[in-house]
Structures are given as C-alpha cells and as structure tokens.
Design a protein around this ligand. Structure first.
Ligand SMILES: Nc1ncnc2c1ncn2[C@@H]1O[C@H](COP(=O)(O)OP(=O)(O)OP(=O)(O)O)[C@@H](O)[C@H]1O
Length: 267
C-alpha cells in the first residue's frame, strides 16, 4: 500500500460535487503532482487527506492511518502547507516555529537548529525576530514551508508550494522538494502550474470535476528537470504535459475560469 491511498472518495458542498469517486496512490520516493484547473477539487482532497473535513464516501489512508477517524494522529504524522496559509501576525518566525516544534514534541535544540537551517536555506535569517505582520507574503510563505518540514515528516502535503516566492527561492524549493522525496519520503503537491509539475514530479495526476482524468509518470530523477525537456518521460508517449492536460480538461471542466490560456504560466 502507498503512503497515501485514496479509493472512491466523494465530497459535495450542497449541489456541488467537489470530489467525485477519486482514487489514487502515492509511494515513498515520489513527488506526486495533483494538477487541475480552478474548482477541480484539489483543495477539498487535501483537506480530507489532512483530516480537516470528512468525505461522504470512500476510504483514505495516510501512512496507514485513516485521517477521517484519526485526524489528530494524521496531522502529527504529516507536514501540511495549506492553500493561503499564513503564520500568526502577532508572532515572529522564531516564536511560531518554537510553538510548532512544541506541538510536534520536538526538542528545543532541534527546533533551534532546524530554524537556522531553514532560515538560511530560504533566506529569512534576518527576519527571524520580526513580527509576521511586518513580513512580505513571500517571506511568510517561507515560514509556512519551514513549519511543514520542521519535524521531518515522511509525507508532506503542499498546496501551491511556490506561491509568492521569487524565482531564486522557487529554484531552491524545487530542488529541496525533489531531494526530500528521494530520501524515502513522499511529497504531495497540488498546483495549477504545469511547468512546475513537469519539472519536479515523479508522477502527475490530472484532476477535473473531482476525479482523476489522466495520470502521467516520469522517470526517477534527483534534480528538477528542465521544463522543456521531455526526454525523461516514462509514460506511454512523449507528449508534453500541457497537451495531455488540454486533451483531458476542456473549457467546460474549468468551473471558475473562463480561459485555459494562463495554465502553463507561473502563478
Ligand atoms: N466550503 C465550500 N462551500 C461550498 N462550495 C465549496 C466549498 N469549498 C469548495 N467548494 C466548491 O467545490 C469545488 C471544488 O473546490 P476546491 O477548492 O476543492 O477546488 P480546487 O481544485 O482547489 O480549486 P482552485 O484551484 O481554484 O483552488 C468548487 O466548485 C468550489 O466552488
């Protein structure tokens, strides 16, 4: 069984069928990309995976635990970076990471060490003692990334990992995600960004109207691929991911967006 296993998942909000019979699995060593247009059901799926909401039907296992029955156990085991998550405005990054470390039962020394490693890696070491309210959106995103990895979880679930980050930091984060998964962990990434999915993922599931419409595997890699290189593709053909996406997702599937034109570009 994979570290994430989803079978026949369904969730509606009133008349809206947000997730509709979704099944997929993620193995250790994978960066699994969950790629879909606005309103496809990505965030709803992430919220179920991380024990925040209950599905109507279907089964979910994350590291063998059922997040529906044991949401707290799941949240302890995984790293979570929610969509539009931001750290508390009234704390500094150092205080917030100490708080997260405490909740995660980490030794204070480990938290201090990891805080320094991450602040240096992402370049916010000079902001460690500044209130979040005085940090930019990108700086806050760096703190949120740090909290997701602080306890070195086997599974990390991230909604739009590169949102608000500058290109240099995006490159560092992409490399980090690839190397983290390669260390026998799994990274589940939800994104609209086809180039990023193609660059860092070992496998991409394309989701539309709450269900997987295609899945694409790439050869193992230990560093991000160049976005325009398809030589490493291990799927049935060498078709670029954008074309696979456009084949399976048509304008009628894009519930909240009038056009597909933006989908290949950075967020
Ligand atoms: N709390 C809610 N109440 C009612 N409808 C909701 C709620 N949350 C999501 N939806 C609807 O469920 C569908 C799936 O939404 P979801 O947020 O899961 O999609 P998404 O793929 O994450 O979209 P995006 O890429 O725009 O963030 C959408 O049609 C959305 O309008």
């Amino acid at each position: 069984m994979g570290v994430i296993q989803v079978d026949g998942l369904a969730k509606s909000y009133g008349d809206v069928r947000a997730v509709d019979g979704l099944s997929f699995g993620v193995e250790r060593g994978e960066v699994y990309g969950f790629l879909g247009p606005n309103g496809a059901g990505k965030t709803t799926t992430i919220r179920i995976l991380t024990g925040q909401i209950r599905p109507e039907s279907g089964t979910v296992r994350v590291l063998g635990t059922d997040p529906v029955a044991k949401p707290l156990a799941t949240r302890r085991q995984v790293g979570i970076l929610p969509e539009q998550g931001s750290p508390p405005s009234f704390l500094t990054p150092r205080e917030y990471l100490e708080f997260v470390g405490n909740v995660r039962d980490l030794e204070p020394d480990t938290v201090a060490e990891q805080t320094d490693v991450w602040a240096t890696r992402l370049g916010f070491e000079r902001k460690l003692d500044t209130l979040h309210t005085d940090l930019s959106r990108g700086q806050q995103q760096k703190v949120m990334l740090t909290q997701a990895f602080l306890h070195e979880p086997d599974v990390v679930v991230i909604d739009e990992p590169l949102a608000n980050l500058d290109p240099l930091v995006q490159e560092q984060v992409k490399r980090f995600l690839v190397s983290y998964a390669a260390g026998d962990n799994a990274v589940f990434v939800s994104t609209h960004n086809i180039d990023v999915a193609e660059e860092i993922c070992t496998r991409v599931g394309i989701v539309a109207n709450g269900d997987l419409v295609a899945e694409r595997a790439f050869a193992d890699h230990t560093a991000p691929r160049s976005a325009d290189s398809h030589a490493a593709t291990a799927g049935a053909n060498d078709e670029p991911l954008l074309e696979v996406f456009l084949e399976h997702v048509n304008e009628t599937d894009v519930r909240d967006a009038p056009s597909l034109e933006h989908l290949g570009s950075n967020q």
